[in-house]
Design a protein around this ligand. Structure first.
Ligand SMILES: NC(=O)c1ccc[n+]([C@@H]2O[C@H](COP(=O)([O-])OP(=O)(O)OC[C@H]3O[C@@H](n4cnc5c(N)ncnc54)[C@H](OP(=O)(O)O)[C@@H]3O)[C@@H](O)[C@H]2O)c1
Length: 284
């Protein structure tokens, strides 16, 4: 998996052959008008993918902003854009089928590009049941690609060892230089599962770290651009979140520099297992 030289314009091939945009806008903890305007700014800036969730309670705002954008111009079609949403809790087969239909209705986009189990919580049989519901939604055309989030190696292995027909296309986990999750990213790489890096900016908690400051100076970029580029160069799909137009634009403007391998190693070495939100990767 190579790094993108055109972060907003390129795609990455998933294990089912579908091409997915290389960089997505995250919309966690954004709602109402703030969410709509963030999505609109991102689409206008050239972002082609938005990462939502049942939990974020903004599928409707994201979907309607995408639809408004599509009807405001002719060049971009629905199939050029990417909508991800997630199942809040592993509620079992029937409820998951219902939740998927509900998300589909909320977003009003006709289909969901990527549907994730948000976490592994709930135990083995629930995980496998919910995954079967995702497989069914794919075969029904409600969902194009299925994936998981916050799955540790043991959860991924469990799915691979099960009777599941589909291997998850994506595992969305917290990954940034301060929490590199080498065990999970290595396993995903070996099994052709794309890593979506959530909290790629480490929630802006390490903006003044001396190494980040020094390397941002060296590459004449912002700390946020450095972190997004690190993620892309590792072959991950970063999901930087901002509600501010200037940040949305600049966070994705990472095409003018390449981080040298030795500096990538330095950034990898910053790992302090910084968890910015939650870490269900070890759940039973
Ligand atoms: N699957 C999961 O369990 C899970 C968990 C967490 C997140 N996610 C996904 O990943 C996305 C990103 O993660 P995240 O939102 O937790 O964290 P993040 O993207 O690492 O950081 C977002 C924070 O950084 C600030 N920020 C963004 N750009 C900035 C800039 N250029 N300068 C200064 N501050 C900046 C934002 O504030 P402003 O908005 O004010 O700019 C916000 O406070 C989420 O939105 C969500 O889609 C998934």
């Amino acid at each position: 998996m190579s790094s993108a030289t055109n972060a907003l314009g390129s795609t990455i091939k998933l294990n089912n052959g579908v091409q997915m945009p290389r960089l997505h806008l995250g919309v966690y903890m954004t709602s109402g008008r703030e969410c709509s305007s963030a999505v609109t700014h991102a689409l206008q800036a050239g972002y082609r993918a938005i990462d939502s969730a049942e939990w974020y309670a903004n599928e409707e705002e994201v979907g309607s902003s995408i639809n408004k954008f599509l009807s405001s111009q002719d060049q971009t079609k629905r199939e050029d854009l990417w909508f991800t949403t997630k199942l809040k809790s592993n509620v079992g087969y029937d409820d998951t089928r219902r939740k998927i239909k509900q998300s589909l209705k909320e977003c009003g986009l006709g289909y969901i590009d990527l549907y994730l189990l948000h976490s592994p919580y709930g135990g083995k049989s629930r995980r496998l049941e919910c995954w079967r519901a995702v497989e069914e939604a794919i075969s029904e055309g409600e969902v194009r690609c299925g994936g998981v989030s916050n799955f540790g190696v043991k959860h991924l292995q469990e799915l691979l060892d099960s009777k599941a027909k589909i291997v998850p296309a994506v595992n969305q986990v917290e990954v940034h230089p301060f929490n590199t999750r080498k065990d999970i990213t290595q396993f995903c790489h070996e099994h052709d599962i794309v890593v979506e890096a959530y909290a790629p900016l480490a929630r802006a908690l390490r903006t003044r770290h001396p190494t980040i400051v020094e390397l941002s100076k060296k590459y004449k970029c912002s700390w946020a651009q450095l972190m997004v580029k690190w993620s892309l160069q590792h072959g991950y799909v970063p999901l930087p979140k901002s509600v501010k137009k200037d940040r949305i634009v600049s966070n994705a403007a990472v095409d003018s520099f390449e981080i040298e391998e030795s500096d990538m190693n330095v950034l990898d070495g910053l790992d302090e297992v910084l968890v910015t939100d939650w870490d269900p990767t070890d759940a039973d």
